[in-house]
Structures are given as structure tokens and as C-alpha cells.
Design a protein. Structure first.
Length: 256
């Protein structure tokens, strides 16, 4: 049987998550794992992990066989663009924050006493580009606005081909800015620990991955213990990982 080799098409070559994934794959496989550009032409017996690259072309050498590609560029695009992401989940009636692209509607929310996230970057990761508005004068120009979702916990659930395979819980560092409504790395929050999650959360994460058309992703979900409500924040096609979650994800790649 021909030897199977893995390659990674990253969204950016020098990212920490890509380096960690490549190194751990090399350790498990015993051979070098290289990164490839979006126009790479795959040959027989290759596995291409598209790590968040929305421009990957999925070219294959004529006559090549036994090629597997994890995540199409189109699915990654739907995941990265917050407006496309919300539109897609709205279509399938999955729970997401209340959102609008109309600043007048966002201004009305503020007048009603609702905190609004002005999302100045529709492809921002880890809360990048969020400006928090608590009154109409705080509102800034942005392509997307969302209402603040009250929550008591935040989880990241890794999904691989319609299976929830690992969970992480977002935790605060001792010096975290707990007054800020966005649980971001900049505000002192990080994903840690494999913990039990609300019983409906894994199925919700799987549904998100499925409607986006992704083979794998990590889905960030808010939970409000007072109302028992789950809300999907985003999906990550190039998720930050810990050694434990990375090992489980690599197991899924190798056994698929």
C-alpha cells in the first residue's frame, strides 16, 4: 500500500497554530510535513489540511488518486466572514447573537439600553475589531453590529466530520479585565481544560460545522446558566489549540 503523506495549506505561513500542528503531525507520522500554497497541485496518496485558507484551489494532478482534502475554500469563506456566517446560521435557525448591518437599528438598540458590539472587522479573530458601545454616542461606523449576549460560560467545541471530539472552557487569568464584556485574549481570557459542556452544546456545534460545509472546525458557544440558553459566536477553521485538543484533532485526521 502506498504511503500517505500530509501537507498543510495555512491561512498564514508563520502562524503559531500551523507550526504546532505541523510539528505534532511530524512526530506522529515520522516524516516531514510541509506547508503548501493555495495553488498547490496535489498528487496521489496525499492528505491536504486546509488550515483556514479561503483561497485554496484544491488542484489535483490528472490521474491522481486517493487524495483527501479537509475543508474547501468556500466553506472556509463562509466561516471567516461574520456576515456570511450569520446569514448561513440564520437560514437554518441556529442560535446566534441578534445582528444587523444597519447603524440606525444599532443606535435604536443603544437607546433601549442594550450594549452593542460594533464589529469593524468582519473577519476578525478573537474579538479583533470589536468596539463596545453602551450609548448612542459610542457607536462607530462598522459593517456589522451585534447585541451583547448575556452569558455565564463560553466553550470551544472541536468538530470533525459530524462528531464533537473535544471541549475547552474559556477561563480568566488572575489579571483579567472582568468588567469588559468581550472574553478575549487581550482582556485576559484563554481556553483551558477539558470539561463537561451543556448537554445540547455538542450537537449544536456539529450542526454549525455541517451547515457551513466544513470537515473540521472549532465552534465557540456562549451559555447562559440562568436561561439555559446556548448562542453560537463563531466557527474557527484554523483554531488555536492546546496539546490535548491538538492530539485529538490529529487522531481524527489520521484515522479518517
Amino acid at each position: 500500500m502506498a504511503k500517505v503523506t500530509f501537507k498543510i495549506c495555512p491561512y498564514v505561513g508563520g502562524s503559531k497554530s500551523v507550526k504546532q500542528l505541523r510539528q505534532d503531525l511530524e512526530t506522529r507520522l515520522g516524516h516531514k510535513v510541509v506547508t503548501v500554497p493555495p495553488d498547490y497541485i496535489a498528487v496521489s496518496n496525499e492528505r491536504i489540511i486546509n488550515w483556514g485558507n479561503s483561497h485554496y484551489q484544491a488542484y489535483q494532478k490528472p490521474g491522481a488518486t486517493n487524495i483527501r482534502i479537509f475543508n474547501s475554500a468556500l466553506a472556509v469563506q463562509r466561516s471567516i466572514n461574520k456576515i456570511s456566517f450569520f446569514n448561513c446560521l440564520d437560514e437554518y435557525e441556529l442560535p446566534i447573537p441578534v445582528w444587523t448591518i444597519n447603524p440606525d437599528i444599532a443606535r435604536k438598540w443603544l437607546g433601549q439600553g442594550t450594549t452593542v458590539f460594533c464589529r469593524t472587522q468582519i473577519a476578525g479573530r478573537d474579538g479583533k475589531g470589536i468596539v463596545v458601545a453602551s450609548k448612542p454616542s459610542d457607536l462607530v461606523e462598522a459593517p456589522l453590529y451585534t447585541k451583547l449576549v448575556p452569558s455565564t460560560r463560553e466553550y470551544r467545541i472541536f468538530v470533525f466530520r459530524q462528531r464533537a471530539i473535544y471541549n475547552l472552557t474559556k477561563m480568566s487569568k488572575p489579571n483579567a479585565n472582568l468588567a469588559h464584556p468581550a472574553r478575549t485574549r487581550e482582556n485576559g481570557w484563554f481556553y483551558s481544560m477539558h470539561q463537561e459542556v451543556p448537554v445540547k452544546a455538542p450537537a449544536l456545534a456539529v450542526a454549525v460545522c455541517e451547515v457551513l460545509g466544513l470537515d473540521f472546525c472549532a465552534v465557540d458557544i456562549l451559555f447562559n446558566a440562568k436561561t439555559d440558553k446556548l448562542t453560537v459566536l463563531e466557527s474557527n477553521s484554523a483554531p488555536g489549540t492546546r496539546p490535548s485538543s491538538r492530539a485529538v484533532l490529529i487522531d481524527a485526521f489520521l484515522t479518517s
